[in-house]
Design a protein around this ligand. Structure first.
Ligand SMILES: NC(=O)c1ccc[n+]([C@@H]2O[C@H](COP(=O)([O-])OP(=O)(O)OC[C@H]3O[C@@H](n4cnc5c(N)ncnc54)[C@H](O)[C@@H]3O)[C@@H](O)[C@H]2O)c1
Length: 267
């Protein structure tokens, strides 16, 4: 159903690891809507993932960058600038917690791993925006989006230290949204997505049950990675120019539910 919504636009997409990644679907859909894209991911993901397959499919260049490294980010934006000049959209689709990965409970966190969780999953968003802001790399009416989860607002017992990372990420969208809006008419938002079966998603303990619970509690069912990609495309398009500093739910209605009939029947 491509409609050339992003014709002539140029964007940078962080975080496509494999075909399940939300960033992968976003890159495919943005390309189908006419955008030119630069892909990036952490150097380790180049070796373990399939990003080069995606790059070939959509005719994109790939530049490795650890999103926590200011040197890597500056080198990435050098490439982006020489390829495209200024950018029209950016997707931050990055998340990782060593505490989650290594099964540390929330009540016994390793604090140096917590620093890493924050750096990779939230501060990287500030770093990316800071580089773009100071180097004036976004076009007017450009759009910056990061992906988040509702554990920033409500407690999900197994989401661990990623809950605070997402709260910080969403706060950066509001705070930087102010500065970027004033300086360059650039909007900054987060999309809060349903549980989605990806590498990062399935790493959360009890993920299958969270998925089933979400499905039961959402009148429209869980939003898929493709649904999230479609929402990203809309947020990159000119139809959403004055939406900024928002946390936008893409969750089939889950965030406004209390209890559902199907759940009552189960209990
Ligand atoms: N899957 C879900 O259930 C779900 C729900 C809500 C929000 N999200 C969010 O969506 C985003 C994308 O995750 P996904 O579910 O597509 O999983 P994914 O595992 O496919 O993507 C996560 C990406 O983060 C990248 N990454 C990790 N460390 C990095 C670093 N230092 N520098 C650069 N990139 C790095 C990984 O290489 C990977 O490509 C994340 O922010 C995640 O928290 C996911």
């Amino acid at each position: 159903m491509a409609n050339n919504l992003l014709k002539g636009k140029k964007g940078l997409i962080f975080g496509a690891l494999d075909e399940n990644s939300i960033a992968w679907k976003a890159a495919e859909q943005a390309h189908a809507e006419g955008a030119e894209i630069l892909l990036t991911n952490a150097p380790v993901a180049m070796r373990m993932g399939k990003i080069n397959e995606l790059a070939e499919k959509i005719g994109a260049k790939v530049v490795p960058a650890d999103a926590t490294s200011m040197d890597d980010l500056n080198a990435l934006f050098d490439e982006a600038e020489s390829l495209f000049g200024k950018l029209d959209f950016v997707l931050h689709s990055i998340g990782m917690s060593p505490n989650v990965r290594k099964g540390r409970p929330y009540t016994n966190l390793n604090y140096s791993w917590l620093d890493k969780t924050y750096d990779v999953s939230a501060i990287s968003f500030h770093k990316i925006m800071q580089v773009m802001y100071n180097r004036d790399l976004m076009n007017e009416w450009g759009s910056i989006v990061a992906l988040t989860y509702m554990a920033a607002q409500r407690t999900f017992s197994e989401y661990n230290d990623m809950a605070e990372a997402k709260a910080l990420l969403e706060s950066y969208a509001r705070s930087f949204g102010y500065h970027f809006g004033k300086k360059a008419k650039v909007r900054v938002n987060t999309i809060s997505q349903s549980p989605t079966p990806t590498t990062a998603g399935t790493g959360v303990s009890g993920f299958d049950k969270m998925l089933a619970y979400g499905e039961m509690m959402s009148p429209l069912g869980n939003a898929t990675a493709d649904d999230c990609a479609a929402y990203c495309v809309m947020m990159f398009s000119d139809y959403t120019r004055r939406i900024t500093m928002q946390n936008l739910y893409n969750d089939g209605g889950f965030s406004n539910m209390g209890i559902a009939e199907e759940m009552l029947e189960k209990l």
